[in-house]
Ligand binder design. Structure first.
Ligand code: B12
Ligand code: SF4
Length: 470
C-alpha cells in the first residue's frame, strides 16, 4: 500500500505556484507514494485536508517556510499535526529553516530540517523514515536524535538541476492558481542559485554562489507540453537571476519562437547583464514574448552600491533601462533604502534616481523596501560584531516583517514619512490610468518635496486599505 506524504505551503499574500513543493514532490516515485500538496492559500480548511491525507497511511508531513508570517502558520499547523499524529515526522525545508536549522528544531513539534536544495535529501529522508532508520550521516539535514539532541549532519553539495525530472504540475490545481492570480500565468523556475555576492542577500549563503540552469531544449519541451495542457498566456520565471547566461537566454527565446508559443514572459535581470547582452539577444527575447524584467537596482549612490557589493555601476541601470525602452519592455525595479549607517544624502540620491527612471517610461515600476538585517551575509556579520541582536526564536522570527510596523532601525520617523509619501505620489504621478490633474499635483509634490496635507493619500487609504505583505 502506498505511503502518503503531505507537502504544505503556509498562508502567504500572493498566489505564485508552490514551486519548491512541486520540485521536491516531482522527484518522488509516485508508484511508491501518494504525494499531496496542500496550500493554505487555496484550501478553505487546510488542516482538515492534512488530517484526511495523513490518516491514509501517512509517512511524513513536510512544509516549506519563508521568513516572516509563514512561520506562524507553519508552526501552528506543525503543532496540530504532532498532537494528532505523534508518530509522523514533521519536516521543515526552504529558506528560513535552512538559515536557522537549530533554532527551528527548538520547536518541539519539528523533527527534521532539510537545508538548501531539497530534492535528493528529501527522497533519502523518506527512505529512512520508511525503514525506521536513524538519520545519522544523511547529508543536508539537521534532526533530533533519540536523546532529543539537535544534530546537524554534513552539508549536501548542490547538484545540477538538469538531473531532476520535469516539474509535475499535476500535483497542484493549476487553474485555481491562475484564477486567484488574475492572469493565465504559469510560474516556472529555470535555474537555481546565483553567482553574485550582494552582501544583504540570503542567496550566497543558501546556494554558496552556485548556479545551475535548465538547458534551453529541455525548457522548450517542457513549456510547450505545459502550454498544450494549460493554454497559459504568460510565463513568470521565478529565478533569482534568469539572465545569467546570454547564450542560454538566446537559445531559450529561440525555442519559444521555433515552437510558435503564443506567450509573453518575465524574468529577473541584473543591470550589468542588460548592458552586456548583444542587440541580437534583446531582439530575439522581445520577439519571443519578453514583456517585463525585474532589475535589482537597490541604491542610487555608487558608494552604497559598492558597499553592498552589488558589483554594478549606476550607468548600468540607466543603460539597461534605455535598452528596455528601445525594445518596449517593462521593468520592475527593486530598491532598498536604509542600509545600516546609510546617510540622508545617499537616501536622497536613491529617491531622485527612482524619480529619473520613473520619468523615462510608464512601463517602469518601482518597489521600494526598507533594509531589514538578516543573518547569513556580510552586513549581518558586521552588525552582530557591533552588538545588534537578531530574533532568537521561531516566534520572534514570525513577527519579522519586511514591510511591518518598525520599518527601519536606521531611518528617522520623519524620513520614513517622506519616503512613504514619495512612494505614494510617484505611483500617482506616473501610472497610466490616473486622472490628469492628480498626476500633475503628484509630480509637483515630488519635484518640490511638498507632502503637507496629503489628502489624496488619506482618501486612497480610506477607500482601499493596503494589505499586509507578509
Ligand atoms: C515565489 C517567491 C515568493 C512568493 C512565495 C510563494 C509561496 N510558495 O508561498 C511570495 C510572492 C509570497 C514571496 C514573498 C516574499 N518573498 Co519571496 N521569493 C519567491 C521566489 C522568487 C521563488 C521561490 C520559489 O518558488 N523558488 C523555487 C524553488 C524550487 O526553490 P526554493 O524555494 O529554493 O526551494 C528549494 C529549497 O529551498 C528546498 N526547499 C524549499 N522548501 C522546502 C520544503 C521541504 C519540505 C524540503 C525538504 C525542501 C524545501 O528544496 C527546493 C528545491 O531544491 C524566491 C527566489 C527564488 N528564486 O527562490 C524569493 C525569496 C524566497 N523571497 C524572499 C523574500 C525576501 C520575500 C519577501 C520578503 C519579499 C518582500 N520584500 O516582500 C516576501 C515576504 C515573504 C513572507 N514572509 O511572506 C527571499 C528569501 C526570504 C526568506 N529568507 O525567507 C528570496 C530567496 C528572494 C531573495 N533572494 O531575497 N516570495
Ligand atoms: S541580490 Fe540578486 S544578484 Fe545579488 S546575490 Fe542575491 S540573487 Fe544574486
Amino acid at each position: 500500500m502506498k505511503k502518503t506524504v503531505v507537502l504544505y505551503n503556509p498562508y502567504a499574500v500572493f498566489y505564485t505556484m508552490p514551486l519548491a513543493l512541486i520540485a521536491i514532490g516531482s522527484y518522488l516515485d509516485l508508484e511508491k507514494y501518494n504525494v499531496i500538496i496542500i496550500d493554505a492559500r487555496i484550501e478553505k480548511n487546510p488542516f482538515e485536508k492534512i488530517e484526511e491525507a495523513l490518516s491514509n497511511n501517512g509517512i511524513c508531513f513536510a512544509t516549506t517556510v519563508l521568513t516572516g508570517s509563514p512561520i506562524k502558520d507553519a508552526q501552528e499547523v506543525s503543532k496540530k499535526v504532532k498532537i494528532k499524529f505523534p508518530n509522523i515526522p514533521v519536516v521543515w525545508g526552504g529558506w528560513h529553516p535552512s538559515l536557522f536549522p537549530e533554532q527551528t528544531l527548538n520547536e518541539p513539534s519539528i523533527d527534521v530540517v532539510v537545508k538548501g536544495q531539497g530534492e535528493i535529501a528529501f527522497k533519502e529522508l523518506l527512505e529512512r523514515f520508511e525503514l525506521n532508520l536513524s538519520l545519522e550521516g544523511l547529508a543536508g539535514v539537521c534532526y533530533k536524535n533519540s536523546e532529543n539532541e539537535i544534530v546537524c549532519n554534513q552539508e549536501r553539495s548542490m547538484v545540477d538541476i538538469n538531473q531532476f525530472p520535469a516539474f509535475n504540475y499535476d500535483l497542484i490545481n493549476v487553474p485555481a492558481y491562475m484564477k486567484l492570480s488574475g492572469r493565465k500565468q504559469l510560474d516556472y523556475i529555470s535555474s537555481q542559485g546565483c553567482r553574485f555576492r550582494c552582501s544583504f542577500c540570503a542567496d550566497p549563503f543558501m546556494y554558496k554562489r552556485g548556479w545551475y540552469g535548465f538547458s534551453a531544449e529541455r525548457m522548450g519541451d517542457e513549456i510547450e507540453a505545459l502550454w498544450k495542457k494549460y493554454k497559459f498566456e504568460h510565463v513568470h520565471f521565478q529565478d533569482e537571476t534568469f539572465f545569467t547566461n546570454s547564450k542560454r537566454v538566446k537559445a531559450i527565446a529561440e525555442e519559444f519562437i521555433k515552437r510558435k508559443l503564443p506567450i509573453s514572459w518575465f524574468g529577473t535581470m541584473r543591470a550589468d547583464q542588460g548592458v552586456r547582452f548583444d542587440e541580437e539577444v534583446w531582439e530575439i527575447c522581445k520577439k519571443s514574448g519578453l514583456e517585463k524584467v525585474m532589475i535589482g537596482m537597490e541604491a542610487g549612490s555608487q558608494e552604497m552600491l559598492d558597499w553592498i557589493q552589488k558589483d554594478i555601476k549606476l550607468e548600468h541601470v540607466f543603460d539597461s533601462a534605455k535598452k528596455c525602452i528601445k525594445y518596449d519592455i517593462g521593468i520592475n525595479f527593486s530598491i532598498i533604502i536604509g542600509f545600516p549607517g546609510e546617510s540622508e544624502e545617499s537616501i536622497n540620491s536613491t529617491l531622485s534616481m527612482v524619480n529619473e527612471l520613473r520619468k523615462m517610461s510608464n512601463k517602469f515600476h518601482m518597489g521600494i523596501f526598507y533594509y531589514k538585517p538578516y543573518p547569513g551575509n556580510k552586513i549581518a556579520d558586521e552588525l552582530i560584531s557591533n552588538g545588534y541582536i537578531f530574533a532568537k526564536t521561531l516566534e520572534e522570527w514570525s513577527d519579522f516583517d519586511y514591510v511591518g510596523t518598525k520599518v527601519s532601525d536606521w531611518i528617522s520617523e520623519e524620513k520614513i514619512n517622506e519616503i512613504e509619501n514619495f512612494k505614494f505620489y510617484q505611483q500617482l504621478a506616473y501610472n497610466r490610468r490616473k486622472i490628469p490633474v492628480l498626476k500633475f499635483v503628484a509630480k509637483w509634490r515630488i519635484e518640490n518635496k511638498k507632502y503637507a496635507f496629503p489628502i489624496e493619500k488619506k482618501l486612497k487609504e480610506w477607500i482601499f486599505p493596503s494589505p499586509a505583505m507578509a
